[in-house]
Design a protein around this ligand. Sequence first.
Ligand SMILES: NC(=O)c1ccc[n+]([C@@H]2O[C@H](COP(=O)([O-])OP(=O)(O)OC[C@H]3O[C@@H](n4cnc5c(N)ncnc54)[C@H](OP(=O)(O)O)[C@@H]3O)[C@@H](O)[C@H]2O)c1
Length: 292
Amino acid sequence: MKVLITGGGGQVAKVLVKQLGHKHHLTCFDKSEFDITSEESLVRGLSLTKPDVVINTAAYTAVDKAESEPDLAFDVNGEGVRKLASACNRFDCVLIHLSTDYVYDGHTEGFHSENEETNPQTVYGKSKLLGENYIQQSCKKYLIIRTSWLFSEYGNNFLKTIFKLLDTGNSVSVVNDQFGSPTSCYNLACFIDEILFTLETKLIDDIWGIYNYSDSPATNWYHFSMEIEKAMNKSTTSKIIPIPSIDYSSPADRPKNSKLSCSKILRVFGSKSRSWKGEVEVLVKKLLKGTK
Ligand SMILES: NC(=O)c1ccc[n+]([C@@H]2O[C@H](COP(=O)([O-])OP(=O)(O)OC[C@H]3O[C@@H](n4cnc5c(N)ncnc54)[C@H](OP(=O)(O)O)[C@@H]3O)[C@@H](O)[C@H]2O)c1
């Protein structure tokens, strides 16, 4: 399949290129080559590549900064996605778009399902929801994948931040009352690979819509950081201190409960649930090698 990946400078795009490169005819464009807020750039890139599928990883992802620059967040995650969705429709390609657990308010217990009411509490979450809405309005063939707590060797993410702090001997305070599921970008890419296989090989009239995807099991940020420390095999005395979110102030409030129900995506695409724990070990090993 001819696949165009947007947001080429980001962590998900880089992992997708590694994972899918040998199976599909891939083009990966960064922001300077394919700016989703520019109609001219979209038409140029789509005319050149004529993809069957566009995987949109491009986004404004600075959750805290978005609170002070909402115009930019809405321009990329809202308007940019609207332009991309309508261009995909015009070029008759499937749009696989990444969205976020931040579209839920996180006030309820249990696992969020796709048809649960959305109620984002942050500028980032609101801008991502706007993008989702535009896709639903203007795109015929789309899959919106809401995912959470991504980590990989690329860019900035929680795992790498905790790793660096512990590796340099620091103690670190981590909240223990926000729940969700870490998701390895590698596992997400394997899963997107399964979606592409389905698109290529099966009759697919009624699969378009919204899907949750995260790895399992659900945990909290404190226990996630304990797994990182365990994989580092650093010391017998933990340097991680559990704290309540009330003691950790940030411009954007994180959802208390980000746990995603993934039964729909597993059922429709015949996938298996993947664990993030083994991926933490693999990545920490890689990072440890890099620091020697
Ligand atoms: N990271 C997470 O934990 C997480 C969790 C749930 C969902 N998601 C979603 O997953 C997707 C991928 O996330 P990620 O972690 O890979 O993000 P990332 O590393 O921040 O990558 C996003 C990329 O998009 C680029 N971009 C920004 N504006 C653009 C524009 N107008 N046109 C084209 N590209 C543009 C960015 O470039 P610059 O850096 O140069 O601006 C960056 O390279 C996003 O949709 C995000 O909302 C992420």
